[in-house]
Design a binder for this molecule. Structure first.
Ligand SMILES: [Zn+2]
Ligand SMILES: [Zn+2]
Ligand SMILES: [Zn+2]
Length: 328
């Protein structure tokens, strides 16, 4: 496997001819029961109600990125390539095989969020990595990999394109207004109250003004904070509100559709000594972490992949009504 950079969009892709062996169907779940013992565990959070653990991170069984070595970025004519150095982990959200984020207890969801924060903190100490992504694909249309409730983490030597757009846009807005664009969005959303799904303590769930897919929903802290892991480790009590809001928002989305992508967008690794990316001094002021949930509506799933301009047949104002009124 290697990383190649698209010279036009400047985004990195991972490619290679390594054949990934499909996991035999009849096998027992590798994340619970007796075979869970065989997993290469990286971090464990203590159990909450007598179980041995509550959330844990393990090495992905078919890791796309490997922790050893240097990226060795080099030119190939006009192109750029580098080795697939990084980390690829499975974040097991719950020891119970059916303990999904939407039907687990708030304490269980909180443990999962704490695990995510811990892994971010730990991997950001490795200054080879520029960015740590945490995401979840649920449902066949979303490309769900394991039956057991899991999210995934990748630590990469590049910043994913969508995050790069957000970072640059945040910096540009800050340069002209000296304010965080995400804080300004939240202030207007709270003032207008047209697209707010729910507010819980310091956290807001809302449908963004210009959605890419129907029922797209974001969760954001109301207090300005660029990195998720700082929220997870410092503000005592607030993670419980976040856990409850995440659980309730996923319950709402599930009244519309089964499948969704979820991604956490947080600040990049500012320890990375990157000269070309030029991490700016105002990063902590101009970026604001958030969770994006992109539901997949079966009929629209196909058009999403080949359309360059996003089309959502449901406006955010209509979506929010259905999500607010969902019986959860
Ligand atoms: Zn399982
Ligand atoms: Zn902000
Ligand atoms: Zn984002």
């Amino acid at each position: 496997m290697e990383l190649r950079k698209d010279p036009i969009t400047r985004s990195w892709v991972i490619t290679g001819d390594d054949v990934i062996e499909p996991t035999p169907r009849s096998q027992a779940c590798r994340f619970c029961g007796p075979s869970a013992e065989l997993a290469h565990v990286i971090a464990n959070l203590p159990g909450v109600d007598g179980s041995a653990w509550s959330a844990r991170s393990v090495v992905h069984p078919h890791a796309l990125y490997h922790i050893e070595g240097e990226p060795a970025r080099r030119a190939d004519g006009l192109y750029d390539r580098m080795g697939s150095v990084g980390a690829h982990e499975v974040l097991v959200e719950n020891p119970r095989h059916h303990g999904h984020l939407w039907n687990a207890s708030d304490v269980e969801v909180e443990q999962f969020l704490r695990l995510a924060a811990l892994r971010l903190q730990d991997l950001k100490r490795d200054n080879r990595f520029k960015y740590i992504s945490i995401f979840k694909n649920h449902g066949a249309e979303a490309g769900q990999e394991f039956e057991h409730p899991t999210s995934q983490l990748t630590a990469t030597t590049f910043v994913p394109r969508r995050v790069l757009y957000e970072l640059r846009a945040g910096r540009d807005y800050f340069e002209s207004k000296e304010r965080c664009v995400f804080c300004d969005i939240l202030a207007q959303e709270e003032r207008q109250n047209l697209r707010i799904v729910e507010i819980r303590g310091d956290y807001v769930a809302f449908c963004p003004y210009a959605p890419r897919v129907p029922y797209e929903t974001w969760i954001m802290p109301r207090s300005h904070e660029s990195s998720f892991e700082r929220t997870g480790s410092s503000r005592v009590g607030s993670v419980t509100d976040l856990a409850a809001l995440l659980r309730r928002t996923l319950q709402r989305i599930r009244t519309v559709t089964e499948a969704f992508h979820l991604v956490l967008h947080t600040s990049p690794n500012s320890q990375h000594p990157s000269a070309t990316l030029g991490y700016w001094k105002t990063l902590d002021d101009d970026y604001h972490w958030h969770i994006e949930i992109l539901p997949i509506l079966e009929s629209k799933a196909r058009s999403y992949t080949f359309k360059e301009i996003y089309y959502s047949p449901v406006t955010s104002e209509t979506a929010v009504k259905r999500l607010r009124e969902a019986k959860i």
